[in-house]
Design a protein around this ligand. Structure first.
Ligand SMILES: C[S@@+](CC[C@H](N)C(=O)[O-])C[C@H]1O[C@@H](n2cnc3c(N)ncnc32)[C@H](O)[C@@H]1O
Length: 223
């Protein structure tokens, strides 16, 4: 009898802590937090590791890139972030953790409605949805020109097509912004993007590989 009670209690705990959600089964549910740092710690140790099992499906940045993006936001005190290509919200959570620390905000754009829904669910679990990160559904090439105001940070993560988004994003960047692109692991990927940003002699571009075989292309947009 005691064994049955113990099994039932264990099952109850499991059901309370885990839900199934479409293509992302078994999502961990956030407990009540006493502080922002306690929530951030849960996101880093529980939510993000759970999301990492779906990394190949969504072509998320590697964890090391996520850590670097957060570091970049905090150390350079970015306040207004723009992301093109949300997928399920993995990189948006890393950016959002940084922007919550700087008092900033991220607008992230995703074209696939089911991914928008999944990203919103994950950002809500992280305690970032709407307050720190807004998800906009649509084609970024059409959405970005209609966004109000300017940004001091932009992250383009749309696979091999990043170059096509530069002309839409750059008019929205304030002077001294950071423009970052995620380079997928295909031979020669984003060569056209590198050509495009490299042509601007006043900009400063470098490529880093925190999470090889993918890379981040960082551009300092001076003007
Ligand atoms: C590589 S995934 C993004 C991964 C995400 N940044 C992460 O690391 O968690 C690229 C995403 O860009 C989206 N996408 C492609 N073209 C787009 C467009 N024109 N506007 C908005 N999103 C687009 C795709 O649907 C896909 O979900």
């Amino acid at each position: 009898m005691a064994r049955i009670v113990a099994i039932a209690a264990g099952l109850g705990l499991l059901l309370a802590g885990i839900t199934t959600s479409g293509r992302q089964p078994g999502a961990p549910q956030p407990p009540a937090f006493d502080s922002v740092s306690q929530r951030h710690s849960w996101v880093l140790t529980t939510l993000l590791p759970w999301m990492e099992q779906f990394q190949e499906r969504y072509h998320n940045v590697p964890r090391s890139d996520g850590e670097f993006l957060r570091w970049l936001i905090v150390t350079t005190q970015r306040k207004k972030g723009l992301e093109i290509g949300t997928a399920n919200g993995y990189s948006a959570i890393w950016l959002g953790l940084g922007l919550e620390e700087t008092g900033g905000h991220l607008t992230t754009i995703e074209i696939q409605p089911d991914r928008v829904r999944e990203a919103k669910e994950n950002l809500k679990r992280a305690g970032l949805l709407d307050r720190i990160v807004s998800v906009v559904e649509g084609d970024a090439l059409k959405v970005v020109p209609k966004l109000e105001g300017t940004f001091d940070f932009a992250f383009i993560d749309v696979g091999p097509a990043a170059a096509a988004f530069v002309d839409a994003v750059v008019p929205k960047l304030a002077p001294q912004s950071l423009l970052v692109a995620h380079r997928p692991p295909f031979p020669g990927a984003l060569r056209d993007y590198l050509d495009k940003v490299g042509r601007r002699s006043n900009w400063l571009t470098t490529v880093i590989q925190t999470g090889a075989p993918t890379a981040l292309i960082l551009t300092y947009v001076r003007d």
